[in-house]
Design a protein around this ligand. Structure first.
Ligand code: NAP
Length: 249
């Protein structure tokens, strides 16, 4: 298991799902974590309580910060530096889906919302990482297998937003390579979190999970393990790369 020995890691969307699992995995590996959430304060407190249960409440901070707001993103990174010091890892995780439908039926507002969080917000977070990460640090973008599968009749807007994140990962890895900052992505497949209910389909996991080649949906902890590895020095020669955590989808 990687040992982060007090390294400071910023995670967007750490109040639930993959972000929470990543926050806990980082803490268990010895990191200090500052995570953001959009509005679900109760869920953010639950992440902190889970850290308290493993005796590490003093190693984690929650900041309400919308990734779509430049001011909020700066606030998040400033809080991390103020509380814990130099930032050595960033997980660009916050993301949203919207109800399943063919593109022809989507209204403009919905497409704008998905792109605003998953592309504009992710770019703001990546830009702040490029500014604030220590040389030798690491950024992990949380993309999706949707960028390769396209999500027809479900959400091609979401799939396209994750395609943008793939391009960002490749380009920024080349920009930041000379500072020895590694930029990689994980692409989860079907993972059991609340995101499916927020897209109006809580039954999606039970319906589609058995069709995955591994015969089941994934767990947030299984994605977190890949993120932690990419953040760690165990991945010291890995940049511009993608780990598909998708059970063979
Ligand atoms: P989730 O359970 O719905 O959690 C989403 C998290 O993102 C929450 O902490 C939420 O905060 C936060 N968030 C959403 N919009 C935000 C914003 N504008 N600013 C700041 N925080 C925001 O989602 P998840 O399944 O863990 O997904 C995490 C990432 O994995 C996303 O990028 C998603 O696209 C990707 N992914 C997930 C799956 C899957 O099957 N679960 C598959 C592929 C990729 P609040 O709690 O305050 O709302």
């Amino acid at each position: 298991m990687p040992n982060f020995s007090d390294e400071v890691i910023v995670i967007t969307g750490g109040s639930r799902g993959i972000g929470r699992a990543t926050a806990l995995a980082c803490i268990r590996s010895g990191a200090k974590v500052v995570f953001s959430y959009r509005g679900n304060e109760a869920a953010a407190l639950e992440t902190i309580n889970e850290c308290r249960a493993i005796g590490s409440a003093d190693r984690i901070r929650a900041v309400q910060a919308d990734v779509c707001s430049e001011e909020d993103v700066v606030k998040l990174f400033t809080a991390a530096r103020t509380h814990f010091g130099t930032i050595s890892g960033v997980v660009n995780n916050a993301g949203v889906v919207a109800p399943s439908m063919p593109l022809a039926e989507m209204d403009a507002e919905r497409i704008r919302n998905v792109l605003e969080t998953n592309v504009f917000g992710a770019l703001l977070v990546a830009r702040q990482a490029a500014r604030d990460l220590a040389d030798g640090g690491a950024l992990v973008n949380v993309g999706s297998m949707a960028s390769k599968l396209g999500s027809p009749n479900e959400y091609v807007d979401y799939a396209a937003s994750k395609g943008a994140l793939d391009s960002l990962t490749i380009g920024l890895s080349k920009e930041l390579g000379p500072r020895n900052i590694r930029v990689n992505a994980v692409r989860p497949g079907l993972i059991a979190t609340e995101i499916h209910a927020s897209g109006g389909r809580p039954e999606r996991i039970a319906e589609l999970g058995p069709n995955c080649p591994l015969g089941r949906p994934g767990d947030a902890d299984e994605v977190a393990a890949a993120i932690v590895w990419l953040l760690s020095t165990e991945a010291s020669y890995v940049t511009g790369s993608f780990i598909d955590v998708a059970g063979g989808r």
